[in-house]
Design a protein around this ligand. Structure first.
Ligand SMILES: [Zn+2]
Length: 117
């Protein structure tokens, strides 16, 4: 079984939002963990790098506000600052108020040289 097959066996698709909800182990913040090459990795990070591209030290953030979601289409890269902004912004939003994934992609910023780690 390839890592991708094992990964896909651990998700349960959410028909309304399109989220891939992680059904295996999670860490306390709600992010899934995935064992690959005898190491545990954060499932969203693995999904992003496997299906999209290397994250180059940036944070993998959710467009859909669902920490358990590992759908690579719902993930985007941001800096540590973006991560904080995102959490604060989402903390003020009604978690169940959205009809689907956010459509705005908050790319555009050119401050990528500020290493987030
Ligand atoms: Zn999602």
């Amino acid at each position: 079984m390839t890592p991708e097959e094992r990964f896909l066996a651990k998700i349960s698709p959410e028909p309304n939002t399109g989220c891939w909800l992680w059904s295996a182990g999670t860490i306390p913040s709600g992010y899934g963990v995935f064992g690959v090459n005898k190491k545990l990795v954060i499932a969203t990070i693995w999904a992003y790098e496997h299906f999209n591209e290397p994250r180059n030290g940036l944070f993998v953030l959710h467009k859909c506000d669902t920490p358990a979601c590992v759908n690579p289409d719902h993930l985007f890269l941001g800096t540590h600052r973006d991560n904080m902004d995102d959490m604060h912004r989402k903390g003020r939003e009604n978690y169940f108020g959205r009809k689907g994934p956010a459509k705005t992609y908050r790319g555009g910023r050119s401050k990528m040289s500020n290493k987030a780690a």
